[in-house]
Design a protein around this ligand. Structure first.
Ligand SMILES: [Zn+2]
Ligand SMILES: [Zn+2]
Length: 131
């Protein structure tokens, strides 16, 4: 009975994730989705994100040092670079050694997700303070 509405909400959320390259937080997705669905609540956005994550359609990227989770579509395997200065989250390719892990490691039979997070500062923020 609520199926059509849920499908529509999920479609809107997936469109936002497809168009955004910033890895938005649930709050950002909520603000964006209200342009299309003015009556949607933040709780509904969270519920749909959790559903899509459990289903494997959406990836939740948990920040290393607190802060809000960021969301991404899960259709292409990639790693993330996190700039600690401006909080940008950039897509970076997976190292080939990790991509071929499942073929080279006898102890692994299937890989469902590689969650690789590289931390530093992006080129717009300049070099990291290394001390
Ligand atoms: Zn930066
Ligand atoms: Zn990503």
């Amino acid at each position: 009975m609520k199926k059509t509405r849920n499908t529509r909400q999920r479609g809107v959320i997936l469109d936002i994730l497809r168009e955004s390259h910033e890895h938005p937080t649930a709050e950002m997705i909520y603000r964006e989705s209200r342009r299309v669905l003015p009556h949607i609540s933040l709780g509904t956005v969270y519920r749909n994100l959790n559903f899509l994550r459990d289903q494997g359609t959406v990836r939740e990227i948990r920040p290393c040092e607190g802060g809000s989770s960021r969301f991404d579509r899960a259709d292409t395997p990639h790693a993330h670079f996190h700039c600690v200065r401006c909080n940008a989250l950039l897509d970076i390719p997976l190292p080939p050694a990790l991509e071929s892990l499942r073929f080279e490691e006898e102890r692994i039979s299937a890989v469902s997700l590689i969650d690789l997070h590289v931390i530093g500062s992006c080129s717009s923020c300049g070099e990291a303070t290394t001390n």
